[in-house]
Design a protein around this ligand. Structure first.
Ligand code: AMP
Ligand code: MG
Length: 317
């Protein structure tokens, strides 16, 4: 877990001269008025940082043509070193919290994304919270009750494997509550997330975007892996029948709950190596602007500690 400013500075320079850039959104992906916002965000993931209409069919699930796995792995490695350093600074500075929200269809790679991310942080600062079918106790409360308890404190990182968004996704698709109830939740989610961001939480939301065909292949692959039979679930095949209703629910969740402070990232996730690159890059982009402040805070803490130590040694109180 090293902090290496030199490495980080180098990554930044190299990053800023990378020739390759993926094609961004196909023009019809969002309304024209908003297109400029998205083209500014030169990144592998499609950042959605204001309320808009989202059409997932218009966003690729594949890496852009011309991007090779080797290139992606090399770039990911560089960004991941920088991310490791930034996560360390966040932890030691203790001024901000980081919340990563991971959503996606079954087999979209939420677990794999978490596994990759955890290589660059440590148990002291990072916690993973998985949100399953709510218990009776959880259901006896408002839908954000169980979520808020898992929000990260200052200096902490929380990764949500599923989240409060299930309450406008599975709940909507399966009509678990009346429409007016789930519909009211978009505004409630926005208010909740602005409370978190106003309390110095950096909120980043990821939708791991896979194609229906890729999901079928991944589900069938699981059946071939004898030692992973525990992963098999008829429920996954049943949920797959609702594919288009889920995609619609995701389009609304992403489009209605997007802000500059708590943006969504639609991640082309049919290839794990590209998915990891896109997620790592988005995290680095979000954390970089804080680096100066964190370093300054830590320098001040260091100066204060040095002064106290020398006062102690010289026998003065
Ligand atoms: P998994 O992530 O495969 O372990 O599955 C967790 C399951 O819990 C998924 O099928 C989710 O749709 C379901 N789930 C999570 N949150 C909720 C919720 N608020 N209401 C109903 N089902 C949920
Ligand atoms: Mg599942």
């Amino acid at each position: 877990m090293g902090s290496n400013p030199t490495l980080s500075a180098r990554s930044f320079r190299e990053k800023s001269t990378v020739a390759f850039r993926p094609p961004l959104l196909r023009p019809s992906a969002f309304t024209s008025e908003l297109r400029t916002v998205n083209t500014v965000a030169m990144a592998h993931a499609h950042k959605i940082d204001r309320v808009q209409k989202v059409n997932l069919k218009e966003i690729d699930t594949d890496p852009p043509k011309g991007m090779t796995k080797e290139e992606a792995l090399a770039e990911t490695q560089k960004l991941a070193s920088e991310m490791e350093e930034l996560l360390d600074l966040l932890f030691f500075a203790g001024q901000h919290s980081l919340l990563l929200v991971l959503q996606g269809m079954d087999t979209s790679g939420k677990d794999g994304t978490i596994r990759h991310f955890l290589n660059y942080t440590h148990a002291q600062s990072c916690r993973v919270a998985s949100f399953k079918v709510p218990t009776a106790h959880e259901l006896a409360h408002d839908f954000l009750w169980r979520i808020h308890q898992q929000a990260p404190g200052k200096g902490e990182i929380a990764v949500f494997n599923r989240s409060h968004y299930e309450d406008v996704l599975v709940v909507r698709v399966h009509e678990l509550v009346p429409k007016d109830v789930w519909h009211g939740r978009y505004a409630q989610i926005n208010t909740f997330e602005s409370l978190l961001t106003a309390s110095n939480t950096i909120v980043l939301k990821f939708f791991l975007h896979i194609s229906k065909k890729e999901q079928e292949e991944r589900l069938l692959d699981r059946e071939k892996e004898v030692e992973k039979a525990w992963k098999l679930s008829v429920g996954d095949w049943k949920e797959r029948e609702q594919w288009s209703r889920y995609q619609e629910a995701y389009e609304d969740a992403i489009g209605k709950c997007a802000s500059a402070e708590a943006p969504w990232h639609v991640v082309p996730a049919d290839h794990k190596w590209y998915r990891n690159l896109a997620v790592t890059e988005a995290i680095v982009h979000a954390l970089r602007p804080y680096k100066k402040t964190w370093l300054k805070d830590l320098t001040e803490v260091g100066e204060k500690a040095k002064a106290e130590l020398s006062a102690f040694r010289s026998g003065k109180p």
